[in-house]
Design a protein around this ligand. Structure first.
Ligand code: NAI
Ligand code: MG
Length: 354
Protein backbone atom coordinates (compact mmCIF):
# COMPACT_ATOMS: atom_id res chain seq x y z
CA UNK A 1 0.00 0.00 0.00
CA UNK A 2 1.62 3.16 -1.26
CA UNK A 3 0.45 6.23 0.58
CA UNK A 4 1.18 9.80 -0.44
CA UNK A 5 1.23 12.07 2.61
CA UNK A 6 0.54 15.78 2.09
CA UNK A 7 0.61 17.64 5.42
CA UNK A 8 -0.10 21.06 3.87
CA UNK A 9 -0.30 24.33 5.80
CA UNK A 10 -1.32 25.75 9.17
CA UNK A 11 -2.29 22.97 11.58
CA UNK A 12 -1.91 20.44 8.71
CA UNK A 13 1.59 19.22 9.68
CA UNK A 14 0.65 18.99 13.39
CA UNK A 15 -2.45 16.86 12.86
CA UNK A 16 -1.02 14.71 10.06
CA UNK A 17 1.98 13.81 12.21
CA UNK A 18 -0.39 12.41 14.86
CA UNK A 19 -2.20 10.33 12.22
CA UNK A 20 1.19 9.09 11.00
CA UNK A 21 2.12 7.95 14.51
CA UNK A 22 -1.04 5.84 14.46
CA UNK A 23 -0.26 4.37 11.03
CA UNK A 24 3.32 3.64 12.10
CA UNK A 25 1.99 1.50 14.96
CA UNK A 26 -0.13 -0.53 12.52
CA UNK A 27 2.90 -0.83 10.25
CA UNK A 28 5.01 -2.19 13.10
CA UNK A 29 2.21 -4.67 13.75
CA UNK A 30 2.58 -6.02 10.23
CA UNK A 31 0.45 -3.84 7.93
CA UNK A 32 2.49 -3.27 4.76
CA UNK A 33 2.53 0.45 4.05
CA UNK A 34 4.99 2.79 2.36
CA UNK A 35 4.82 6.53 2.89
CA UNK A 36 6.01 9.29 0.58
CA UNK A 37 5.74 12.94 1.57
CA UNK A 38 4.92 15.77 -0.80
CA UNK A 39 4.16 19.48 -0.90
CA UNK A 40 0.70 20.90 -1.50
CA UNK A 41 -0.78 24.34 -0.90
CA UNK A 42 0.97 27.40 0.47
CA UNK A 43 4.16 25.60 1.43
CA UNK A 44 4.39 24.33 -2.14
CA UNK A 45 3.89 27.87 -3.47
CA UNK A 46 6.72 29.12 -1.25
CA UNK A 47 9.13 26.42 -2.39
CA UNK A 48 8.18 25.89 -6.02
CA UNK A 49 5.97 28.81 -7.06
CA UNK A 50 2.92 26.60 -7.63
CA UNK A 51 0.37 25.05 -5.20
CA UNK A 52 0.34 21.59 -6.87
CA UNK A 53 3.89 21.01 -8.15
CA UNK A 54 4.73 18.31 -10.69
CA UNK A 55 6.66 16.23 -8.16
CA UNK A 56 3.50 16.04 -6.02
CA UNK A 57 1.37 15.21 -9.06
CA UNK A 58 3.67 12.29 -9.77
CA UNK A 59 3.52 11.05 -6.17
CA UNK A 60 -0.27 11.35 -6.11
CA UNK A 61 -0.66 9.42 -9.36
CA UNK A 62 1.66 6.62 -8.25
CA UNK A 63 0.11 6.26 -4.79
CA UNK A 64 -2.83 4.01 -3.89
CA UNK A 65 -4.20 6.62 -1.50
CA UNK A 66 -3.50 10.15 -0.35
CA UNK A 67 -3.64 11.42 3.20
CA UNK A 68 -4.01 15.18 3.35
CA UNK A 69 -3.98 17.71 6.19
CA UNK A 70 -5.28 21.10 5.08
CA UNK A 71 -4.09 23.95 2.93
CA UNK A 72 -4.25 27.74 2.94
CA UNK A 73 -3.75 30.66 5.26
CA UNK A 74 -3.62 34.47 5.38
CA UNK A 75 -0.02 34.50 4.14
CA UNK A 76 -1.21 33.48 0.64
CA UNK A 77 -4.57 35.30 0.53
CA UNK A 78 -3.28 38.14 -1.62
CA UNK A 79 -1.87 35.90 -4.39
CA UNK A 80 -3.62 35.72 -7.76
CA UNK A 81 -6.33 33.04 -7.85
CA UNK A 82 -4.29 30.48 -9.86
CA UNK A 83 -1.47 30.51 -7.32
CA UNK A 84 -3.66 30.25 -4.23
CA UNK A 85 -3.22 27.12 -2.07
CA UNK A 86 -6.91 26.18 -2.55
CA UNK A 87 -6.19 25.77 -6.26
CA UNK A 88 -3.83 22.95 -5.33
CA UNK A 89 -6.67 21.16 -3.57
CA UNK A 90 -9.09 21.55 -6.48
CA UNK A 91 -6.29 20.47 -8.83
CA UNK A 92 -5.56 17.23 -7.02
CA UNK A 93 -9.26 16.34 -6.62
CA UNK A 94 -9.89 16.95 -10.28
CA UNK A 95 -6.79 15.16 -11.50
CA UNK A 96 -7.59 12.06 -9.46
CA UNK A 97 -11.23 12.03 -10.59
CA UNK A 98 -12.52 11.40 -7.07
CA UNK A 99 -16.27 11.46 -7.73
CA UNK A 100 -17.57 10.01 -4.48
CA UNK A 101 -17.34 12.18 -1.40
CA UNK A 102 -18.11 10.29 1.80
CA UNK A 103 -18.78 12.22 4.94
CA UNK A 104 -19.74 10.31 8.05
CA UNK A 105 -21.56 12.22 10.78
CA UNK A 106 -21.13 10.40 14.05
CA UNK A 107 -22.05 11.75 17.42
CA UNK A 108 -19.88 10.18 20.06
CA UNK A 109 -21.92 9.73 23.27
CA UNK A 110 -19.27 11.58 25.29
CA UNK A 111 -19.76 14.67 23.09
CA UNK A 112 -23.57 14.72 23.30
CA UNK A 113 -23.55 18.29 24.61
CA UNK A 114 -21.44 19.57 21.72
CA UNK A 115 -24.43 19.48 19.37
CA UNK A 116 -26.91 22.34 19.21
CA UNK A 117 -29.73 19.78 18.94
CA UNK A 118 -31.40 18.06 21.88
CA UNK A 119 -29.42 15.02 23.07
CA UNK A 120 -32.38 12.68 22.49
CA UNK A 121 -32.51 13.73 18.83
CA UNK A 122 -28.82 13.20 18.08
CA UNK A 123 -27.50 10.74 20.68
CA UNK A 124 -26.19 7.62 18.96
CA UNK A 125 -26.24 9.32 15.56
CA UNK A 126 -24.16 7.44 12.99
CA UNK A 127 -24.98 8.30 9.37
CA UNK A 128 -22.96 8.84 6.23
CA UNK A 129 -23.68 11.22 3.39
CA UNK A 130 -22.38 10.29 -0.05
CA UNK A 131 -22.15 13.27 -2.33
CA UNK A 132 -21.41 13.03 -6.05
CA UNK A 133 -18.46 15.38 -6.47
CA UNK A 134 -17.63 15.97 -10.13
CA UNK A 135 -20.96 16.44 -11.94
CA UNK A 136 -24.31 18.25 -11.62
CA UNK A 137 -25.07 21.95 -11.94
CA UNK A 138 -21.56 22.85 -10.68
CA UNK A 139 -20.03 21.60 -13.92
CA UNK A 140 -22.96 21.50 -16.39
CA UNK A 141 -22.87 23.44 -19.67
CA UNK A 142 -24.09 25.89 -20.84
CA UNK A 143 -23.48 28.32 -18.02
CA UNK A 144 -22.98 32.04 -17.82
CA UNK A 145 -24.41 35.52 -17.40
CA UNK A 146 -25.62 37.33 -20.51
CA UNK A 147 -27.76 40.16 -21.75
CA UNK A 148 -31.26 39.12 -22.85
CA UNK A 149 -34.08 41.50 -23.64
CA UNK A 150 -32.38 44.44 -22.01
CA UNK A 151 -31.46 42.77 -18.72
CA UNK A 152 -28.81 40.39 -17.42
CA UNK A 153 -29.70 36.71 -17.12
CA UNK A 154 -27.66 34.16 -15.20
CA UNK A 155 -27.95 30.44 -15.90
CA UNK A 156 -26.48 27.03 -15.10
CA UNK A 157 -27.37 23.57 -16.27
CA UNK A 158 -28.19 20.62 -14.05
CA UNK A 159 -27.00 17.54 -15.88
CA UNK A 160 -26.30 13.92 -14.92
CA UNK A 161 -25.58 11.02 -17.23
CA UNK A 162 -26.69 7.49 -16.52
CA UNK A 163 -23.11 6.31 -16.02
CA UNK A 164 -22.39 9.07 -13.51
CA UNK A 165 -25.47 8.15 -11.48
CA UNK A 166 -24.78 4.43 -11.74
CA UNK A 167 -21.26 4.65 -10.30
CA UNK A 168 -22.24 6.80 -7.31
CA UNK A 169 -25.28 4.59 -6.62
CA UNK A 170 -22.96 1.57 -6.50
CA UNK A 171 -20.73 3.30 -3.95
CA UNK A 172 -23.82 4.00 -1.83
CA UNK A 173 -25.06 0.40 -1.90
CA UNK A 174 -21.58 -1.03 -1.26
CA UNK A 175 -21.18 1.35 1.67
CA UNK A 176 -24.59 0.35 3.05
CA UNK A 177 -23.54 -3.31 2.96
CA UNK A 178 -20.77 -2.50 5.42
CA UNK A 179 -23.27 -0.74 7.66
CA UNK A 180 -27.01 -1.13 8.33
CA UNK A 181 -28.05 -1.86 4.74
CA UNK A 182 -30.26 1.18 4.27
CA UNK A 183 -29.87 3.76 1.49
CA UNK A 184 -31.93 6.90 1.16
CA UNK A 185 -31.51 8.54 -2.24
CA UNK A 186 -32.28 12.24 -2.30
CA UNK A 187 -33.57 14.07 -5.39
CA UNK A 188 -36.11 16.63 -6.59
CA UNK A 189 -37.87 14.47 -9.18
CA UNK A 190 -41.20 16.26 -8.81
CA UNK A 191 -39.67 19.32 -10.52
CA UNK A 192 -36.33 18.44 -12.15
CA UNK A 193 -35.95 15.96 -15.03
CA UNK A 194 -32.27 15.31 -14.36
CA UNK A 195 -33.20 14.06 -10.91
CA UNK A 196 -36.04 11.95 -12.34
CA UNK A 197 -33.28 10.13 -14.21
CA UNK A 198 -31.34 10.00 -10.94
CA UNK A 199 -34.23 8.22 -9.24
CA UNK A 200 -34.77 5.83 -12.16
CA UNK A 201 -31.09 4.82 -12.37
CA UNK A 202 -30.65 4.41 -8.61
CA UNK A 203 -33.73 2.16 -8.65
CA UNK A 204 -32.20 0.10 -11.48
CA UNK A 205 -28.84 -0.28 -9.72
CA UNK A 206 -30.72 -1.40 -6.61
CA UNK A 207 -31.76 -4.59 -8.45
CA UNK A 208 -28.20 -5.84 -7.84
CA UNK A 209 -28.41 -4.97 -4.16
CA UNK A 210 -31.67 -6.54 -2.99
CA UNK A 211 -30.17 -7.10 0.47
CA UNK A 212 -30.09 -3.31 0.93
CA UNK A 213 -33.27 -1.34 1.63
CA UNK A 214 -33.73 1.64 -0.71
CA UNK A 215 -35.94 4.66 -0.09
CA UNK A 216 -36.26 7.95 -1.96
CA UNK A 217 -36.79 11.40 -0.50
CA UNK A 218 -37.23 14.85 -1.97
CA UNK A 219 -34.41 17.16 -0.96
CA UNK A 220 -36.53 19.73 0.87
CA UNK A 221 -38.03 17.02 3.02
CA UNK A 222 -34.56 15.48 3.53
CA UNK A 223 -33.25 18.81 4.85
CA UNK A 224 -36.13 18.89 7.31
CA UNK A 225 -35.84 15.23 8.34
CA UNK A 226 -32.11 15.66 9.05
CA UNK A 227 -32.85 17.99 11.92
CA UNK A 228 -36.21 16.44 12.91
CA UNK A 229 -35.09 12.84 13.18
CA UNK A 230 -31.59 12.25 11.76
CA UNK A 231 -31.33 8.75 13.22
CA UNK A 232 -33.84 7.43 10.66
CA UNK A 233 -30.98 7.47 8.11
CA UNK A 234 -28.02 5.16 7.52
CA UNK A 235 -26.54 6.03 4.10
CA UNK A 236 -27.80 9.06 2.17
CA UNK A 237 -26.77 9.46 -1.46
CA UNK A 238 -27.31 12.55 -3.57
CA UNK A 239 -25.97 14.82 -6.29
CA UNK A 240 -23.30 17.45 -6.00
CA UNK A 241 -25.40 20.49 -5.08
CA UNK A 242 -27.89 18.81 -2.74
CA UNK A 243 -24.98 16.92 -1.18
CA UNK A 244 -23.01 20.10 -0.62
CA UNK A 245 -25.82 21.53 1.45
CA UNK A 246 -27.01 18.37 3.22
CA UNK A 247 -23.48 17.26 4.20
CA UNK A 248 -22.78 20.60 5.88
CA UNK A 249 -26.12 20.37 7.66
CA UNK A 250 -25.39 16.82 8.80
CA UNK A 251 -21.87 17.58 9.98
CA UNK A 252 -23.16 20.16 12.39
CA UNK A 253 -25.45 17.63 14.06
CA UNK A 254 -22.31 16.29 15.69
CA UNK A 255 -20.88 19.46 17.18
CA UNK A 256 -17.20 19.94 16.40
CA UNK A 257 -15.50 20.21 13.04
CA UNK A 258 -12.33 18.87 14.67
CA UNK A 259 -13.94 15.40 14.76
CA UNK A 260 -15.07 15.03 11.14
CA UNK A 261 -13.15 12.94 8.59
CA UNK A 262 -13.87 12.56 4.88
CA UNK A 263 -13.03 10.34 1.94
CA UNK A 264 -13.19 11.15 -1.77
CA UNK A 265 -12.98 8.05 -3.97
CA UNK A 266 -12.50 7.22 -7.62
CA UNK A 267 -13.78 4.14 -9.48
CA UNK A 268 -11.04 1.89 -8.12
CA UNK A 269 -11.39 3.09 -4.55
CA UNK A 270 -8.23 5.09 -4.82
CA UNK A 271 -8.93 8.03 -2.63
CA UNK A 272 -8.07 11.29 -1.03
CA UNK A 273 -8.60 11.31 2.73
CA UNK A 274 -8.72 14.51 4.71
CA UNK A 275 -10.41 16.15 7.68
CA UNK A 276 -13.42 18.36 6.82
CA UNK A 277 -11.86 21.40 8.48
CA UNK A 278 -9.32 23.86 7.09
CA UNK A 279 -5.83 24.90 8.17
CA UNK A 280 -7.05 26.81 11.26
CA UNK A 281 -4.40 29.59 11.10
CA UNK A 282 -5.69 31.01 14.41
CA UNK A 283 -4.33 28.01 16.33
CA UNK A 284 -1.54 26.84 14.00
CA UNK A 285 1.83 26.06 15.60
CA UNK A 286 0.34 26.12 19.10
CA UNK A 287 -0.07 22.36 19.60
CA UNK A 288 -3.78 22.95 20.26
CA UNK A 289 -5.52 21.45 17.21
CA UNK A 290 -7.71 18.39 17.46
CA UNK A 291 -5.98 15.59 15.48
CA UNK A 292 -8.95 13.18 15.66
CA UNK A 293 -10.56 14.15 12.33
CA UNK A 294 -7.27 13.35 10.58
CA UNK A 295 -6.74 10.13 12.54
CA UNK A 296 -10.30 9.09 11.60
CA UNK A 297 -9.56 10.00 7.97
CA UNK A 298 -6.63 7.54 8.10
CA UNK A 299 -9.10 4.91 9.36
CA UNK A 300 -11.36 5.66 6.37
CA UNK A 301 -8.34 5.23 4.10
CA UNK A 302 -7.69 1.74 5.46
CA UNK A 303 -11.38 0.83 5.11
CA UNK A 304 -12.16 2.22 1.67
CA UNK A 305 -8.91 2.15 -0.28
CA UNK A 306 -7.35 -0.95 1.26
CA UNK A 307 -10.29 -3.05 2.49
CA UNK A 308 -8.71 -3.21 5.97
CA UNK A 309 -11.95 -3.07 7.94
CA UNK A 310 -10.44 -4.51 11.12
CA UNK A 311 -7.58 -2.03 11.17
CA UNK A 312 -10.02 0.81 10.55
CA UNK A 313 -12.13 -0.34 13.46
CA UNK A 314 -9.04 -0.62 15.63
CA UNK A 315 -8.33 3.09 15.06
CA UNK A 316 -11.97 4.12 15.51
CA UNK A 317 -12.25 2.15 18.74
CA UNK A 318 -9.08 3.81 20.03
CA UNK A 319 -10.66 7.22 19.34
CA UNK A 320 -13.84 6.18 21.18
CA UNK A 321 -11.71 5.00 24.08
CA UNK A 322 -9.79 8.27 24.49
CA UNK A 323 -13.07 10.20 24.45
CA UNK A 324 -14.48 7.84 27.09
CA UNK A 325 -11.31 8.40 29.12
CA UNK A 326 -12.08 12.12 29.10
CA UNK A 327 -9.28 13.43 26.87
CA UNK A 328 -10.35 16.64 25.08
CA UNK A 329 -8.60 19.18 22.88
CA UNK A 330 -9.80 22.77 23.26
CA UNK A 331 -12.52 22.58 20.59
CA UNK A 332 -14.39 19.78 22.42
CA UNK A 333 -13.43 20.69 25.98
CA UNK A 334 -16.06 20.85 28.72
CA UNK A 335 -15.49 21.46 32.44
CA UNK A 336 -14.80 18.17 34.18
CA UNK A 337 -12.86 16.67 31.28
CA UNK A 338 -9.10 16.48 30.76
CA UNK A 339 -7.84 19.23 28.44
CA UNK A 340 -4.91 18.05 26.33
CA UNK A 341 -2.67 19.29 23.51
CA UNK A 342 -2.46 17.88 19.98
CA UNK A 343 0.51 15.68 20.84
CA UNK A 344 -1.00 14.53 24.14
CA UNK A 345 -4.15 13.50 22.24
CA UNK A 346 -1.88 11.56 19.89
CA UNK A 347 -0.20 9.91 22.91
CA UNK A 348 -3.62 8.92 24.27
CA UNK A 349 -4.72 7.39 20.97
CA UNK A 350 -1.46 5.41 20.72
CA UNK A 351 -1.93 4.11 24.25
CA UNK A 352 -5.52 3.11 23.44
CA UNK A 353 -4.35 1.28 20.30
CA UNK A 354 -2.04 -1.01 22.25
P1 NAI B 1 -11.01 26.30 9.45
O1 NAI B 1 -11.74 24.99 9.36
O2 NAI B 1 -9.56 26.26 9.20
O3 NAI B 1 -11.26 26.92 10.89
C1 NAI B 1 -12.55 27.26 11.38
C2 NAI B 1 -12.53 27.30 12.90
O4 NAI B 1 -12.46 25.96 13.39
C3 NAI B 1 -11.30 28.02 13.46
O5 NAI B 1 -11.67 28.70 14.64
C4 NAI B 1 -10.35 26.90 13.80
O6 NAI B 1 -9.46 27.20 14.85
C5 NAI B 1 -11.30 25.76 14.17
N1 NAI B 1 -10.73 24.47 13.84
C6 NAI B 1 -10.60 23.94 12.60
N2 NAI B 1 -10.01 22.74 12.67
C7 NAI B 1 -9.75 22.50 13.97
C8 NAI B 1 -9.14 21.42 14.68
N3 NAI B 1 -8.66 20.33 14.06
N4 NAI B 1 -9.04 21.52 16.01
C9 NAI B 1 -9.52 22.59 16.66
N5 NAI B 1 -10.11 23.64 16.05
C10 NAI B 1 -10.22 23.60 14.71
O7 NAI B 1 -11.73 27.29 8.42
P2 NAI B 1 -11.36 28.79 8.03
O8 NAI B 1 -10.87 29.53 9.22
O9 NAI B 1 -12.53 29.28 7.30
O10 NAI B 1 -10.17 28.66 6.98
C11 NAI B 1 -8.79 28.77 7.31
C12 NAI B 1 -7.95 28.46 6.08
O11 NAI B 1 -8.16 27.08 5.71
C13 NAI B 1 -8.31 29.28 4.85
O12 NAI B 1 -7.13 29.59 4.18
C14 NAI B 1 -9.17 28.34 4.03
O13 NAI B 1 -9.14 28.63 2.67
C15 NAI B 1 -8.53 27.02 4.33
N6 NAI B 1 -9.42 25.85 4.18
C16 NAI B 1 -8.87 24.72 3.70
C17 NAI B 1 -9.61 23.57 3.56
C18 NAI B 1 -8.91 22.34 3.13
O14 NAI B 1 -7.70 22.29 3.05
N7 NAI B 1 -9.64 21.28 2.83
C19 NAI B 1 -11.04 23.54 3.92
C20 NAI B 1 -11.52 24.77 4.49
C21 NAI B 1 -10.73 25.88 4.59
MG1 MG C 1 -19.78 23.18 1.11
Amino acid sequence: MKICVLPGDGIGPEIVSQAMRVLEVLKQDGLKMEFEYGLLGGGAVDETGTPYPEATQRLAKEADAILLGAVGGPKWDTLPREQRPERGLLGIRKQLGVFANLRPAILYPELANASTLKPEVVSGLDIIIIRELVGDIYFGEPRGIEERGGERVGYNTMVYSESEIRRIAKVAFETARRRNRKVCSVDKMNVLESTQLWRDVVTEVHKDYQDVELSHMLVDNAAMQLVRNPKQFDVMVTGNMFGDILSDEASMLTGSIGMLPSASLDENNKGLFEPCHGSAPDIAGKNMANPLATILSAAMMLRYSFGQEEQALRIENAVKKVLAQGYRTGDIYEPGTNKVSTTEMGDAVLAALQ
